[in-house]
Design a protein around this ligand. Structure first.
Ligand code: ARG
Length: 459
């Protein structure tokens, strides 16, 4: 048991208590950030004359040595330390002796852990942003290649109107673009440095908090020392944004799963991203998409868990907050992993355009256009709706589509129909004539694709 405290205790900590309390098992994940924060801290202490320059240099050299040895595997982070902060400090003292004991001057583990977590989250947000960008690039590529790949658009999972694959993918482009925007907002709002808040009430040392903040790339120091050590809002915001990303990935996964069924056959998932059955030789299952959909639950769980943990905590730091780490780490790793895998699956997936197009042809996805045709001939929309409804029924009884009807048959239902009805209900025209902003027509889609390209170049 290596602890940083114990002076006022007369008994050893009970082993079960020690284990229950310790966080080294998970907070070792931010050893890099812990060392980075300590280097900035001593740099500031020396600038303020609180440490001698030689002491600063010795400490920094020692800290960099620890970092190197951990990275190379020479130094193992073991359970004999209570947390990552104790690990680094004890190792420093072992290496450089008394100067190491000055590292923690004007600092508490409360502001230290608040800093470490922010530094870690900042790094992870940037990594996740890159992964999301790759996903967007993949979606954009599919859009560019499928401007004229017709497919049914659905409402209530019932065929509604024809669209294109580019248009369908475009909806996901919007979602993941908003997700990146959310991460950016969170980064900006959280980017204030808590170091120097001490345990809760600042310190009597003449710390230059603005300087430490600057050294660590923050926009400035936090402004209330109690809030600095007990603010976990940014984690809740992050978990909420991560949950939204998972919700989007899960919806997308659900569609891939449906499209991949024997009944739909809109797509074929690459062998490298599918799995087989131990008993049924014919099976090729979409396990990756299912797992992404399934893992959404644990990310939502992390959000609910941290929200619940925080709701009853009086100011300022309380040990409850240690619970934020495992949940946040797990959520971040899950989202990064799922996003990267999903991108790989999407990138290698085959879209069976002929099947999609045939599916759009059947199922009366052009019925609205037939009604609009009548409106164009002066029939009020409500009447047109009724006429086309009767027409659909007529076709269903004969198992034919609107395009298959003879002009006489049309005319028998309404004399308004002319030869140009065939043009109006041709699937190609139904899609290509929809060119208002955001609609599936190729002209409208080209504008969006160009805007997406511009966005990806700039962000
Ligand atoms: N392991 C602790 C955490 O994650 C670090 C802060 C400890 N502070 C304290 N006063 N015990 O929250």
């Amino acid at each position: 048991m290596a602890q940083l405290w114990g002076g006022r205790f007369t008994k050893e900590t009970d082993q079960l208590v020690y284990n229950f309390n310790a966080s080294i098992g998970f907070d070792q994940k931010f050893y890099r950030q812990d060392i980075q924060g300590s280097i900035a801290h001593v740099t500031m202490l020396a600038k303020q004359g609180i440490l001698k320059t030689e002491e600063r240099d010795q400490i920094i050299k020692g800290l960099k040595g620890i970092l190197e040895d951990v990275e190379s595997g020479k130094l193992k982070i073991t359970a004999e330390y209570e947390d990552i902060h104790s690990f680094v400090e004890s190792n420093l003292i072992d290496r450089i002796g008394d100067a190491g004991k000055k590292l923690h001057t004007g600092r508490s583990r409360n502001d230290q852990v608040a800093l470490d977590m922010k530094l870690y989250v900042r790094d992870e947000i940037m990594q996740l942003d890159d992964i999301l960008k790759t996903l967007l690039e993949t979606v954009e590529k599919i859009m560019e290649e499928n401007l004229h790949t017709y497919m049914p658009g659905f409402t209530h999972l019932q065929k509604a109107q024809p669209i294109t694959l580019a248009h369908h993918m475009g909806a996901y482009f919007e979602m993941f673009r908003r997700d990146r925007g959310r991460l950016k907002d969170i980064f900006k709002r959280m980017n204030l440095c808590p170091l120097g808040a001490g345990a809760l009430a600042g310190t009597t040392y003449p710390l230059d908090r603005a300087y430490t903040a600057e050294l660590l790339g923050f926009d400035g120091p936090t402004l209330n020392s109690m809030d600095s050590v007990s603010d976990r809002d940014y984690l809740i915001e992050l978990l909420s944004a991560l949950s939204t990303i998972m919700m989007h990935l899960s919806r997308f996964s659900e569609e891939v799963i449906i499209w991949n069924t024997n009944e739909y056959q809109f797509v074929e998932i690459d062998d490298a991203y599918s799995t087989g059955s131990s008993i049924m030789p014919q099976k090729k299952n979409p396990d990756i998409a299912e797992l992404v959909r399934g893992k959404t639950g644990r990310v939502y769980g992390a959000l609910m868990s941290v929200l619940t943990t925080m709701k009853g905590i009086p100011l300022a730091y309380n040990k409850d907050m240690q619970e934020d780490k495992e949940l946040t780490f797990d959520a971040i790793d899950t989202v990064k992993g799922c996003t990267a895998l999903f991108t790989g699956m999407l990138d290698t997936m085959k879209f069976r355009s002929q099947v999609m197009e045939n599916s759009a042809r059947n199922g009366f996805t052009n019925a609205t256009d037939a009604a609009d045709y009548l409106v164009g001939k002066g029939v009020p929309f409500r009447d047109a709706h009724g006429i086309i409804g009767r027409l659909v029924l007529y076709c269903m009884e004969r198992k034919i589509s609107l395009d298959d009807m003879k002009l006489e048959e049309y005319k028998a239902i309404s004399p308004v129909f002319e030869e140009d009805i065939y043009d109006a209900v041709s699937m190609k025209n139904c899609v290509e004539r929809r060119n208002t902003i955001g609609a599936p027509g190729a002209e409208a889609m080209k504008v969006v694709i160009e805007e997406n390209r511009r966005y990806l170049r700039k962000n």
